[in-house]
Design a protein around this ligand. Sequence first.
Ligand code: GDP
Length: 440
Amino acid sequence: MFNSLSERLNDTFDRLRGKGRLTEADIVSAMRDIRMALLEADVNFKVVRDFVAKTKERCSTSEVMDSLTPAQNVVKIVLDELTELLGSTESKLVLGNRIPNVIMLVGLQGSGKTTAAVKLAYLLKKQGRSPILAAADVYRPAAADQLSALGSEIEVPVFRGDGADPIEIARGSIREAVDTMRDVVIVDTAGRLQIDEQMMQEAVDIKRAVKPDQILMVVDAMTGQDIVNVVSTFAERTDFDGVIISKLDGDARGGGALSIRAVTGKPIKFVSMGEKPDSLEVFYPDRMAKRILGMGDVVGIIEKAQEMADVEQVEAAERMLREGFTMNDMLDQMRSLKKMGGMKSILGMLPGGQRALNQMGGNLDERVFDRNEAMIMSMTAQERLNPKIVNGQRRARIARGSGVQPSDVNSLMKQWGEMNKMMGKMRSMTNQMGGGKRGK
Ligand code: GDP
């Protein structure tokens, strides 16, 4: 997601970095590049126009152009503007005092509503709530079966009622929640392939019947710019509270998702990065902006480790940021990254990681990590702590010990070198940009 946008913006910044002082022409050409990058990512043209105008104005001051680090200032301004475009601060899921709370999901068919309902239930369950799911999508064949199957996977009950009248099912699910002591009801409603009056009316009727604390609209990131119209129509009719963007793990250009907040004024509350129940994340505009600009989401990585409740890992991550990166760390990281949901998602959060991933064609052969593991196991304790001492002779020994070619050891060493460098960069970035602080 956002891959080519990231790439293009970084190329623009690289060109600026090559210069000392910036001229008016440099700014004009950088802004032209940024405009093209956003348009090609399918960001709404009005959003692009405003974004570029604001960014240009802020970049065209003498403080920026004559500063010692003009390129860095431009990057910082683009980061600020991108964060603002995405909504500045986290928009929380607001639940009231009543029990049960009701969350209603709306959206087009295929947007990922049913799976989002399950992911949300899973997230709330992890926060100590006891959710129940209501299967009010009675039109899509097997929608209720799908919900039941996914619900039982995460051990959350699913209320199906008579399976015929969506409004009755929604009402019934609230009675069921009271009877079975559940404190949140998540109502999955029916979608259509396109905006359709009957669907809209049904959403409005369910809303009237169950008075949800929050209505969330699920939006497929792959939809492109049209999504802005769909979201606007839903906003008009259901006055929903926020958006869940699904399928952000795909290779869509992402411009529709980037435009939603600016065009409709509705905040993005969650993003979904996969099909599994644990792939829903709270949306933090600042962190997403940093990821788009390839600056890495340090806080996200640490939180992901924290979610696994592995204190050792969190401490290790913090120590690495302080003290640098040994082969033991690399081994630990490789092992825990595998547990944490795959290298690809983590690499995407590292500074420059997305770019590296793009350069590999978006593919990462996780088997390489097994080979790396064997090589590190063949190193002495001293070599692992201080990989710089690994000379030609030692490389040959390690290769023999682990049954690989010396060139494999070379690439492991190179990889360590790069990760070590990346850790150093991440450290200075965390210090400079306050990235170590939690997003609000
Ligand atoms: P609904 O019609 O809106 O209820 O859509 P579903 O929840 O059935 O989702 C449609 C398809 O999209 C399913 O195959 C889901 O597994 C898939 N899907 C939903 N969310 C995501 C996501 O975040 N990432 C990926 N890769 N697939 C998703």
